[in-house]
Write a protein that binds this ligand. Structure first.
Ligand SMILES: C[S@@+](CC[C@H](N)C(=O)[O-])C[C@H]1O[C@@H](n2cnc3c(N)ncnc32)[C@H](O)[C@@H]1O
Length: 251
């Protein structure tokens, strides 16, 4: 199965042996399948809120299971991501299907490595804020890695992540079909300060510069049409303009 560039880069960012990787908002499940196929991760749990999607994916996983490494395990869950339970699968209640499951020895982690990676990719930044805020009511302060790829509203999402105490482990900008995607690996316990504009994203490349110009145009339009409140949008415009001056304006 061929992955687009964004999903391929996300799969490559999964480069340490977590016990379980959660492919949340999985839709077609291509990302989780690729992660299992890479062989480093032995268990992927696929989660989507739409029953038909989870049914289709379960059938596909059963059909193509023999193409995966022999010790791969997977489960599919039809549930709102905000409600997943990392400790006990039984509590979920809406479990659909799993591979022939034999609980194997968990990977032995050193103190700092998280056992779980939660990937949330391909949904809007505002929905991601709701999902993460919901999850943090149960998992705040835990050593869990999150790999995020929001669609739009990244500035607002980053503000919320900073408020929730998340730190940055890695971030990358992927340009595909003239659109920019900000990929970030974060954790509440380990990492460096997370910035609102993604300080580590930007490279001296035409696509990166164009993505920043697009963000600026977007916030210029919003600020022009709405003069009152919208404080976040004003801050975003100011921060992106100053980034553009610093990184891309010719001296
Ligand atoms: C565009 S797809 C993203 C597919 C894939 N993750 C990607 O990055 O290409 C978005 C999926 O998110 C699912 N979704 C939206 N809100 C959700 C929620 N609260 N819990 C679980 N799934 C959700 C939708 O059903 C849809 O299948």
């Amino acid at each position: 199965m061929k992955l687009n560039k964004r999903l391929l880069v996300l799969s490559e960012m999964v480069n340490q042996p977590y016990n379980v990787v959660w492919d949340c908002c999985c839709d077609h499940g291509l990302l989780g399948f690729k992660i299992l196929d890479n062989g480093l991760i032995k268990q992927v749990n696929f989660v989507d809120v739409v029953p038909e999607l989870i049914d289709q994916l379960s059938q596909k996983l059963i059909k193509y299971a023999d193409q995966l490494p022999a010790d791969s395990r997977w489960q599919t869950w039809c549930i709102d991501v905000a409600k997943i339970s990392l400790e006990s699968n039984v509590e979920l209640g809406t479990h659909c299907v799993s591979s022939n499951f034999s609980i194997s020895e968990p990977v032995v982690h050193d103190r700092d490595s998280p056992a779980h990676l939660i990937i949330i990719s391909g949904v809007g930044g505002e929905l991601m804020i709701d999902i993460l805020t919901g999850m943090m009511q149960r998992y705040s302060g835990h050593n869990i890695d999150f790999l995020l790829c929001p669609v739009q509203h990244t500035y607002k999402l980053r503000l919320t992540l900073i408020d929730l105490g998340f730190k940055l482990k890695q971030e990358q900008l992927v340009i595909e079909n003239n659109r920019g995607y900000e990929l970030m690996l974060i954790n509440q316990m380990y990492g460096e300060p997370l910035s609102v504009t993604g300080n580590k994203l930007w490279l001296p490349e035409v696509g990166h510069e164009a993505y920043l110009s697009k963000l600026i145009n977007h916030y210029q339009k919003i600020n022009k049409n709405n003069r009152d409140e919208l404080k976040v949008e004003r801050l975003a415009l100011k921060d992106y303009l100053s980034l553009q001056n610093r990184l891309y304006k010719k001296k």
